[in-house]
Design a protein around this ligand. Structure first.
Ligand code: ZN
Ligand code: ZN
Length: 308
């Protein structure tokens, strides 16, 4: 490759390959210094030289071909449905049948007879299409998901779906789940984004990793203030270790909210922002211990969207 690295102190090193790791923020072209500095802990499968890139491209091109073939299937489905709809051509509610001519009446009864014939097949087809749509949509969303909920660090009443990107519970009692990737120790500022899909009660934020409750059933953030969490909840309560635990604020969570939790180790604060740019800042967060994004929930669904 004839490109050169533009990272500072890499002396415009020659680009020798690429990193394809979705969890790596330096993915893309890399020089020998990039390899040592940014990608040294990766599995080899993510690091490709020029030959590897060529092979990978050919293989992925086949996957792209399958995607296009899927699109063609749906175009065929659409054209069949278009045909059926044009054939009926029913625009307005039919009425005043007593004034119909004999040929118009024949035309109408043809349509009714045919609709009667297909009636029983329409409802199951609708269910099927809705299921297919939901699955394709979640496969599409996979490409923007970089952070996942942890299957181990959660209470038993929480269920994970779509590669661990959605946490759900229909349980009346409190549950919690942590995300798999914690805050990178080297990184001073990190952001996590969540979307609230369904809500009865939810709290969002971070927890000190070594304070993850061993007795998952007895976890308490209300009475006991030594819980190691920095959370805000849907009722407008703020939870943090110490005297101000369980205090009131104006920031509330609601269904369809997209919430970004920003952890800044240099400022020692945690900042929550919603899609309307409403913000809540919590100061004096203990930066000495490693932390993890956390969601607590009751009868709710949350999707984790991204990490930067
Ligand atoms: Zn470099
Ligand atoms: Zn990498």
């Amino acid at each position: 490759m004839s490109q050169y690295c533009n990272y500072k102190d890499h002396d415009e090193g020659k680009i020798i390959g690429v990193c394809t790791n979705l969890n790596c923020k330096y993915r893309g072209g890399l020089c020998i210094n990039c390899l040592k500095e940014f990608h040294r802990n990766h599995s080899q499968v993510y690091l490709l030289d020029l030959n590897g890139l060529q092979q990978n491209w050919q293989q992925k091109f086949k996957t792209y071909g399958k995607l296009k073939s899927l699109q063609q299937h749906f175009n065929r489905v659409k054209s069949v449905l278009d045909d059926m709809i044009v054939r009926f051509n029913i625009e307005v509610q039919e009425q005043n049948f007593e004034n119909y001519s004999l040929s118009k009446l024949k035309d109408l009864t043809e349509k009714l007879a045919y609709l009667g014939l297909i009636e029983q097949y329409i409802n199951p087809l609708e269910d099927l299409i809705q299921r297919i749509y939901a699955q394709i949509k979640s496969v599409k969303d996979l490409s923007i998901i970089q952070l996942r909920f942890s299957n181990e660090l959660k209470s038993d009443n929480i269920y994970l779906n779509i590669e661990g990107s959605i946490a759900s519970t229909s349980d009346e009692s409190f549950g919690f789940v942590l995300c798999e990737t914690g805050v990178n120790k080297e990184s001073q500022v990190q952001e996590f984004t969540f979307k609230i899909l369904k809500m009865d009660w939810i709290a969002l934020g971070i927890i000190h990793k070594d304070q993850v409750p061993s007795n998952k059933k007895k976890f308490d953030i209300w009475e006991n203030s030594q819980h190691g969490c920095y959370l805000i909840d849907s009722l407008g309560k703020v939870f943090s270790p110490g005297e101000t635990n369980n205090s009131k604020n104006k920031f509330k969570l609601k269904k369809d909210d997209i919430i970004t939790v920003k952890v800044d180790k240099t400022k020692k604060n945690v900042l929550w922002t919603n899609q309307n740019q409403q913000q809540l800042e919590m100061m004096e967060f203990d930066v000495s211990q490693s932390i993890c994004p956390m969601v607590c929930l009751r009868k709710s669904d949350v999707q984790v969207i991204s990490q930067t």
